[in-house]
Design a protein around this ligand. Structure first.
Ligand SMILES: C[S@@+](CC[C@H](N)C(=O)[O-])C[C@H]1O[C@@H](n2cnc3c(N)ncnc32)[C@H](O)[C@@H]1O
Length: 212
């Protein structure tokens, strides 16, 4: 459940906006990693979480519609595509893995939306190398120097807050809601059929963009 939706939802002002359930249903039809690569930590964000992540960014903070959005480590494009469906002005998906980008491109065609895809290795991506430091960052999306949204295990909440404010130049670091990240059995070392992990949806604001 996304608690922030109850508190801050401004949907009433936006009658022409896509409904949350409609967004979730469209994202639920997307193709995901065909051959997930553990070394790239390829876990797809499910439609339930992805829809709430972007819906909250839009309806609580006006961070999507008309904005430029970058989806770092976009995989098969779920988060970026959710942004296009909520009328982001331009969405760029960046990933190191060609195979995932091809799937993202097919997904964009299926939805008949524009998604610019860039194959590039992102240095200093918090979940690569720094993952012990920033603790299991699962997905991240960046809104035109306005805010960064990411998902982290709830168990690491205090650590994330300290690191964001102290080491990552954030002026604010806010947990918007708690969600359940449903991780399907993708790799051989996974013992259970699926695992439900408690995650926080974070919104970080960079210092230069601190609102007065
Ligand atoms: C946890 S998955 C998230 C995928 C997608 N954002 C989603 O929400 O479904 C991480 C993604 O980051 C990509 N990735 C990992 N390391 C990367 C790097 N150094 N540069 C660019 N992409 C990277 C992987 O290929 C994978 O698609």
């Amino acid at each position: 459940m996304c608690y922030s939706l109850d508190i801050r939802n401004r949907t009433a002002e936006r009658t022409n906006k896509m409904k949350l359930k409609q967004l979730e249903s469209l994202l639920g039809n997307l193709q995901q990693f065909h051959n997930p690569k553990i070394e790239l930590e390829q876990y797809p964000t499910g439609a339930h979480i992805a829809s709430r992540m972007l819906y909250t960014a839009e309806n609580s903070f006006d961070d999507v519609c008309g904005k430029v959005v970058a989806d770092f480590g976009c995989g098969c494009g779920t988060l970026g595509l959710a942004a296009t469906l909520l009328d982001a002005e331009h969405v760029i998906g960046i990933d190191v893995d060609d195979e995932s980008l091809e799937i993202a491109s097919v997904n964009a065609d299926e939805l008949e939306v524009e998604l610019e895809l860039i194959q590039s290795e992102i240095k200093n991506l918090p979940w690569r190398g720094l993952s012990h430091h920033l603790s299991n960052l699962l997905s991240i999306i960046f809104v035109a120097s306005q805010a960064v949204y990411s998902l982290h295990k709830t168990s690491t909440r205090e650590h994330i807050k300290r690191a964001a404010l102290r080491d990552y130049n954030a002026s604010s670091a806010e947990v918007l809601c708690e969600l359940r990240y449903d991780l399907p059995k993708l790799y051989k070392f996974h013992k259970k059929k699926d695992v439900d992990i408690a995650v926080d949806l974070w919104r970080f604001v960079p210092k230069a963009n601190q609102e007065s």
